[in-house]
Design a protein around this ligand. Sequence first.
Ligand code: BYC
Length: 332
Amino acid sequence: MLKVGNTVNFTPLICAIMTTEEREIEFQAKIDNGQKIEPKEWMPENYRKQLIRMISQHAHSEIVGMLPEGNWISRAPSLRRKAVLLAKVQDEAGHGLYLYSAAETLGIDRQTLTDQLLTGKAKYSSIFNYPTLSWADIGAIGWLVDGAAIVNQTMLARGSYGPYSRAMVRICKEESFHNRQGYEIMYELANGTEAQKQMAQDALNRWWGPSIQMLGPSDAASINSSETMKWNIKVESNDVVRQRFIDRTVPQAIAAGLTIPDPDLKYNDETEHWEIGPVDWNEFYRVIKGHGPCNKKRLSDRQRAEKEGEWVREAAIAYAEKQNKKMNSIAA
Ligand code: BYC
């Protein structure tokens, strides 16, 4: 009980005697009012778990996502393209760092999260288990993968957890540049020589399906949605976000003179939406269970990077300790 001026504040006492059920009701009311939840506030254990799962998968995706693009830095067709790609890949590393930091506010440390990735316990986005076979694949990743990510992440920016939603705002701004550079690559190739046009079409043919799948299973199969949506971690369902991505991307393909590889694709005048044919969910589940074309390579590359980077982490810790000692001796 706190004495404030002449009045007595019973709030801490009331909080202390609230049951879990009462706290959950109060928490849900905050969510329904559109209030953000901040790290030190009370939250249901499953809210915390769901966020750690999602934010860490997202962070791992940013880091693993650097690998397919990194593959083309040394082979980019011009100095301008190389500089842009290098900057983009560095941005993805930055996104990973914000996201690991956002996850750490939930009481889990980064090494634990990294270990979960390296031991194959944690997922990362299915899309990064495909190879980048030609330069056009770099265009397709920026256009389609970053495009899908932006649609998903502008939705996540409206989510209930403060640190995650704020990280999304900044990440989306950077993703918009990534998306445009990817579309520019595709547009130029599609309007170049016949061979270049074919290269762009081939990349679209291979990346379209996985980009559609990347936005998560259909609503009927989405096991986490009941919790992630009840708590506004996701404010829209997987299918709603997927439809927005399709509606925005199909006209871009048409403008570039490329063909979406879906014979069932059609525009519905009544709903004003593009409708696609069946999604290959078998492929999606195969990939997220570890059997995509590059799952093994992606994991072994990350494991190697962890091992080869050990001396850097040791040096950084030794340097920080030395600096601390120096500061303490100045203060003494
Ligand atoms: N890949 O119940 P559901 C980038 C899993 S990086 C793998 O619908 P939820 C970029 C899901 O985790 C952007 N797994 O789940 C970087 C769950 O399994 P668990 C990456 C997937 O959470 C570098 C199960 O399927 N973006 O843009 O309600 C270069 C059932 O799913 C996938 C994010 O990470 C998938 N694609 O909704 C270039 C966004 N989809 O965990 C670009 C953050 C689903 O129960 N995440 N699963 O074992 C989300 O927004 C949500 O987690 C999802 C799924 C919409 C993806």
